[in-house]
Design a protein around this ligand. Sequence first.
Ligand code: PMP
Length: 356
Amino acid sequence: MFDINTVIRPSIKNIKSYHVWRDIFLDKENILFLDNCENNYGSPLGKGQERYPSSSQATLKIKLAAFKQLSPKQLVLGNGSDELIDLLMRAFCEPTKDAILISEPTFGMFRIYAQLNNIEVINVPLLQHTFLYDLSAIQNAITPHTKLIFICSPNNPTGSSLPLNELIQLAKNVKGIVVVDEAYIDFSSHPSALTLLNELPNLVVLQTFSKAWGLAGLRLGVAYAHEAIIEVLNTIRPPFNISLFTQQQISLALDKAEVRLAFIESILSDRKKLSALLPTFSFVKRVVPSDANFLMIEVNDAERLCAYLQAHSILISNRSSLLNCNNFVRISIGTTAENLRLLNVLAQLDANPNVT
Ligand code: PMP
């Protein structure tokens, strides 16, 4: 049985969070705030932004929890899911002693934050051709010091997923925490692991407003987990990590959630069309099946393709430096008009391979 006391860093156990008691007064009229060394005249932008934002983030948390049909105690907000990845490592991995497990090629920030925190990275590569998770190899590689196992599903940059039944099997067989990064879940044919939160006390699900919601500029990531894990992350997060603007704007976006569904529909429809059309180009060797809002494509010369597209003011991502990804590029699915523009420029290259 999972016991949070066996995974939390001893030095974190006794931290008391930076106490902010004034949140309940923020929306009240006629309060004279002389408690937090702010500028009560306002700012060059006028009045309204001179106060620190809500530290408890209660209003937004209650709204988001209701949207997800969970309790506010089951979530913590981060300045992008990037911040939550870092917080997870700082909460549970003792530098120079503990390890995280990842399966490369995957999202680069897992390794970067581990390095930043001086935590060992155990890499169990995705299977070479299919880019699927190698579950038995993962289980064999886990040691008592493997505190966090990162599963990126759908995975960036491959677009591949781990089915929920395999996730359950993994989480039930390990003593550490299984972190499922679901940044791209809205584009997936697989259901979210959020449905497993009550069943798996060692599960953390990361989601973000940067992808399907189209709000990358606001920087809001969310970690969903059992209360015991959330309590630890809430204790150690910076007290004002979510700006006033972000809290307000995300709250407004939640009132218009249906807009996001239309985006997803178009993106999925175009993903299907692009997946069928791209292999018809002579320079495309293979399109990896994708559950995300991008396609990973094997081409005959990734560097040349990226340079050609850049010369036509189209940016794609050369993923060649990643493990087993030589001559792979990752292309985001744009708007339908943008996808047509991409296809036209690619068709020109196909018709005349010497074009620049
Ligand atoms: N996880 C994955 C798998 C990602 O691809 C990204 C961003 N590319 C993130 C997390 C970071 O998301 P955020 O913008 O919420 O920090």
